[in-house]
Design a protein around this ligand. Structure first.
Ligand code: SF4
Length: 306
């Protein structure tokens, strides 16, 4: 007999076909959500996938700024979210006003905004970035330029340190990645001495310092696939264990802490995705004057990162 998850998967896939919808999911989504998606990736590749699909309906299994990014880049498409309350507390920490205040003080500065921001913040920024391309983008800025990086101060600090460059930072961070501590990592390393420590650059700088590798979710997956090591301690949201285990069934992945769960990412379920396609709800909208300005920052990211 088919399990209830199996039933939901069948129901969803049938609806997806009927609606000709394209489903984009983040690596932090539940395993069954990743399994029914047409595309699973990090924030950067999700943005590119939204741009490239010929489908007129895109269902985004991710938090609100990810769906907004799809709207900004593809205004002619219908972008749906299965859970309008799935949001990112770090993205919500900053407003356009915070940036305008900084610009008043430093009018010649360059504002680099992490993709984890509302559309209004992107609209007053010069260029957007994700964790996979932030270093590459900042490297392209003139060496004498004053850079304001928003909103994740850990990511901004870690990139500045790597590039040996001073960067002004807004003070916010991801509450999920904050849970990774050096003490816990070093204890795990004692238990699994051969394991490589792989962390996301949203982690605290001291955590990045003790890691063997710090990179975006995609980069962590690529590192684990290419590595000759058999075990890895993973310092990013637990959803990444699914693609890691799928691609490397013989390797062992140990989560740095059981608290690496983003409740917003996990608020998306198959049931909500079914409802979303059944009712074509909830459509994500971005006010046109904001969208046009935010698009400039996102298109610049794509241009600089390519
Ligand atoms: S994992 Fe962190 S940065 Fe990503 S959506 Fe959740 S709170 Fe935001």
């Amino acid at each position: 007999m088919k399990s209830s998850v199996g039933y939901l998967i069948d129901r969803f896939l049938k609806l997806k076909e009927e609606r000709s919808a394209y489903v984009i999911a983040h690596y932090y989504q539940r395993p069954e959500v990743q399994d029914v998606a047409d595309f699973v990736g990090d924030s950067y590749s999700m943005a590119l996938a939204a741009r490239e699909t010929p489908c007129e309906t895109i269902l985004v299994a991710g938090v609100d700024f990810m769906a907004e990014t799809a709207v900004i880049l593809c205004p002619e498409k219908t972008v749906l979210t299965p859970e309008p309350d799935a949001t990112c507390p770090m993205a919500n920490d900053i407003t356009a006003r915070d940036i305008l205040k900084y610009r008043e003080r430093y009018p010649d500065s360059i504002v680099v905004c992490y993709v984890n921001t509302p559309a209004e913040v992107k609209a007053v920024s010069d260029v957007c970035c994700t964790s996979s391309n932030a270093a590459k983008i900042i490297e392209k800025m003139p060496p004498e330029a004053r850079i304001f990086f928003v909103p994740d101060h850990h990511l901004g600090h870690n990139i500045g340190h790597r590039l040996n460059r001073s960067i002004d930072l807004y003070r916010s961070c991801c509450p999920t990645h904050e849970e990774v501590r050096t003490g816990g990592l070093l204890e795990l390393k004692q238990r699994y001495p051969a394991a490589k420590i792989l962390v996301h650059p949203e982690c605290r700088p001291e955590v990045v310092d003790v890691a063997d590798f710090a990179g975006s979710t995609r980069a962590i997956i690529e590192y684990a696939e290419a590595s000759e090591a058999d075990s890895f301690i993973i310092g990013t949201e637990c959803g990444i264990l699914h693609p890691l285990q799928k691609a490397n069934p013989r390797k062992e992945f140990i989560l740095a802490t059981k608290d690496l769960i983003c409740p917003n990412m996990k608020s998306i379920t198959l049931e909500k995705m079914i409802y979303s396609l059944e009712h074509m709800e909830t459509r994500v909208m971005v006010e046109e004057s904001v969208r046009l300005k935010a698009r400039i920052a996102l298109e610049r990211m794509i241009e600089y990162a390519t």
